[in-house]
Design a protein around this ligand. Sequence first.
Ligand SMILES: *[C@@H]1O[C@H](CO)[C@@H](O)[C@H](O)[C@H]1NC(C)=O
Ligand SMILES: *[C@@H]1O[C@H](CO)[C@@H](O)[C@H](O)[C@H]1NC(C)=O
Ligand SMILES: *[C@@H]1O[C@H](CO)[C@@H](O)[C@H](O)[C@H]1NC(C)=O
Ligand SMILES: *[C@@H]1O[C@H](CO)[C@@H](O)[C@H](O)[C@H]1NC(C)=O
Ligand SMILES: *[C@@H]1O[C@H](CO)[C@@H](O)[C@H](O)[C@H]1NC(C)=O
Ligand SMILES: *[C@@H]1O[C@H](CO)[C@@H](O)[C@H](O)[C@H]1NC(C)=O
Ligand SMILES: *[C@@H]1O[C@H](CO)[C@@H](O)[C@H](O)[C@H]1NC(C)=O
Ligand SMILES: *[C@@H]1O[C@H](CO)[C@@H](O)[C@H](O)[C@H]1NC(C)=O
Ligand SMILES: *[C@@H]1O[C@H](CO)[C@@H](O)[C@H](O)[C@H]1NC(C)=O
Ligand SMILES: *[C@@H]1O[C@H](CO)[C@@H](O)[C@H](O)[C@H]1NC(C)=O
Ligand SMILES: *[C@@H]1O[C@H](CO)[C@@H](O)[C@H](O)[C@H]1NC(C)=O
Ligand SMILES: *[C@@H]1O[C@H](CO)[C@@H](O)[C@H](O)[C@H]1NC(C)=O
Length: 662
Amino acid sequence: MRYTGILACAAVDGVVGARSVDSDVVQREAVREASLLTARAFPANAPHGYTPQTNACPSDAPTIRNASGLSPNETAWLETRRQATIDPMKQLLARLNISGLDTDKYISDHQSNVSNLPNIGIALSGGGYRAMLNGAGVVQAFDSKTVNSTNAGHLGGLLQAATYLAGLSGGSWAVSSLYANNFSSVSDILASNPDDSDLWQLGNTIYEGPSKGSIQLLGSAGYYAALENQVSGKEDAGFNTTITDYWGRALSYQIINASDGGPAYTFSSIAQQDFFTSGSVPLPLVVADGRAPGETIIPGNTTVFEFNPWELGTFDPTVAGFAPLKYMGSNFSSGNVRSTEACVTGFDNIGFVFGTSSSLFNTILTAVNGTNSTGLLSTALQASLTALLGGIAEADNDIADYPNPFYGWNNATNLGHASQQLTLVDGGEDGQNIPLHPLIQPPRAVDVIFAVDSSADTNATLPTNASATGWPSGFAIESTYRRSLTEIQNGTPFPSIPDVNSFFNLGLNNRPTFFGCNSSNTTGGIAPLIVYLPNAPYVYTSNVSTFDLEYNNTERNAIVANGYNLATQGNGTVDPGWGTCVGCAIVSRSLERNGVEVPEACTTCFAKYCWDGTLNETAPGSYVPEMKAPGAEIKVSTSGAGRSKVSAAMVVAALIVIVGVW
Ligand SMILES: *[C@@H]1O[C@H](CO)[C@@H](O)[C@H](O)[C@H]1NC(C)=O
Ligand SMILES: *[C@@H]1O[C@H](CO)[C@@H](O)[C@H](O)[C@H]1NC(C)=O
Ligand SMILES: *[C@@H]1O[C@H](CO)[C@@H](O)[C@H](O)[C@H]1NC(C)=O
Ligand SMILES: *[C@@H]1O[C@H](CO)[C@@H](O)[C@H](O)[C@H]1NC(C)=O
Ligand SMILES: *[C@@H]1O[C@H](CO)[C@@H](O)[C@H](O)[C@H]1NC(C)=O
Ligand SMILES: *[C@@H]1O[C@H](CO)[C@@H](O)[C@H](O)[C@H]1NC(C)=O
Ligand SMILES: *[C@@H]1O[C@H](CO)[C@@H](O)[C@H](O)[C@H]1NC(C)=O
Ligand SMILES: *[C@@H]1O[C@H](CO)[C@@H](O)[C@H](O)[C@H]1NC(C)=O
Ligand SMILES: *[C@@H]1O[C@H](CO)[C@@H](O)[C@H](O)[C@H]1NC(C)=O
Ligand SMILES: *[C@@H]1O[C@H](CO)[C@@H](O)[C@H](O)[C@H]1NC(C)=O
Ligand SMILES: *[C@@H]1O[C@H](CO)[C@@H](O)[C@H](O)[C@H]1NC(C)=O
Ligand SMILES: *[C@@H]1O[C@H](CO)[C@@H](O)[C@H](O)[C@H]1NC(C)=O
């Protein structure tokens, strides 16, 4: 069944007006786009746009791989990447000035075996545009290409020294946007001229469509027609489509710098890009949750899936397998394609991948009902929406639908082994809103994870009355810890994490905290050290509502700037020792592995930044954070104009999209 959710929703409020579809115009546009795209490398499915193709399989027909270790592709790529991180790491550590440790010599002494050097991962949480922009600010701070980022007090080069960059939901939009745009820097993206491209022009909401490019000529009607045209191509080719397809297509207009949101861009083609094969960038990872058909609440022990440029799969002991991403959409059975005459390519559209990671429509019904109290929705609108969403849920259309590559695979443990469909939803729905899962897997041997938490956990009554809304509480990382105590974790080590009350009472939700400093204080073995970076107001109150789907560039840049200052602790103004402590976190596990004594500078850091294991589980007082670098505060005028009023249409959009859970 074809589901035109976005069309229907916009129509509910009548905001976009009648949408007459001029299919001739759309057709001409498609042809034009195809001819433009064939010249480029990334749109692997050109000229077929969003429509997957079925052809004979290659001679080495794709198979499902057992999750017993890394893929041969990843292992081979790591050889190049780990080498490429050595120089940036040397330069970064030298600047971070860990007195008592000659970091140049340390790296030189151990670089003959890169396994002995620090192995860095970065994780960007979910939380809609807030998370995308906050995460982007952290990436910008870590990127040596950012102007002034290698000055004293800054952290430029950490991105170049990192092996992995993981994103979930809104965080996956930031990650995907970089890789889909030739790994342009965040600064370049922000500086792009709105007259040339729609990239990150969040003033043009996904409900109105872009204001630039070919689409502008067509107006909103053309935009909706294009979405419909793209998705129906996939449906007509015999694939189930859901609201997630529309969602991914609509977001792509803002995330991907190509005509019509790059309908032919695939996630697997990242593996073919020069910037990636040369090992000059980290490995991108995107997380989504498994959801059994008919299930609406995602349990904490659900199977967590990852997308990487080669594969979709999971290390979890349930499915315990990886499918080749490029051939997603093919019919697999018991690990092999059913017919070597029918291999599907072009199914793994990059927008569908980050749309999957942010597909949380199944929680919306609850949210719509819960939103009534805010008075933003008229009773009639709420009723329409409830009916609409109910219909989606009933038809099981509120998920991302993949032909199940794990059909007949690991029957004994794989709960979905007899299902023709693999149904995936937003990676944060199990509570684990930070994509730590792929980074803690033992075969990846990550030493330190910079975990950016942009969750919106607090509200007017949480933790207690008169609290500020929209800041993290520690719930996301605590969820990963709680999961680590269950069977699904399969013995994967994770640091001990306190309860949410302790987060508030000890202030761990408001400042960077290192978890797992003591490598023996983890469940099951040596876990990565986690540098937890909760969003807080440094130079801007970036606790914007997940319901806001429209940002002008002034506010967009202010949220990114706050992320930059979160990463650098106000370029060292909040704590002049922060840079050194980041350096200590980076080298900690490596020093231990090589039996090198921890310098006193690091002991001091750990005393300051490590969670010391104390708890304070009493009910916390209200949480109202203060601006941390008031001297550099960015004031975005709040005088009338600018931001358009939160309209019912926008609320509808937000509800359909990114419920205020995260
Ligand atoms: C490095 O740190 C030491 C103290 O830990 C300080 O005396 C020295 O000035 C710092 N060097 C630089 C270049 O910041
Ligand atoms: C590299 O070091 C790791 C342990 O840190 C060890 O397991 C591995 O065998 C070493 N590799 C080589 C080639 O020496
Ligand atoms: C970089 O630093 C210089 C010198 O402090 C300053 O003049 C310039 O504005 C900075 N540029 C940016 C983009 O921050
Ligand atoms: C991608 O970026 C690299 C390095 O910044 C540049 O040399 C190359 O021309 C870019 N390619 C495209 C297609 O923009
Ligand atoms: C986006 O695409 C336009 C047109 O191809 C190009 O001029 C611009 O440099 C691109 N922006 C980024 C950030 O890659
Ligand atoms: C998840 O937890 C539920 C309830 O405790 C349990 O019934 C189920 O077997 C668990 N599933 C897995 C895959 O561990
Ligand atoms: C996959 O199987 C379904 C149902 O058996 C069939 O309709 C479809 O054509 C098959 N697709 C491919 C690519 O083989
Ligand atoms: C489409 O979904 C239906 C259930 O709604 C399922 O029976 C069928 O196998 C799915 N088809 C494909 C191609 O995934
Ligand atoms: C695994 O499950 C599939 C689907 O139910 C079934 O067709 C297949 O025979 C099973 N394989 C084994 C080895 O039991
Ligand atoms: C940190 O540096 C950035 C860019 O270089 C600047 O925009 C910001 O205001 C600085 N933060 C503080 C607290 O001075
Ligand atoms: C880690 O330390 C905390 C606080 O001392 C303790 O409650 C917890 O049980 C320890 N966890 C492990 C796995 O050792
Ligand atoms: C940008 O948006 C902010 C926040 O809504 C608003 O206060 C400001 O006036 C707007 N600025 C412009 C230039 O439109």
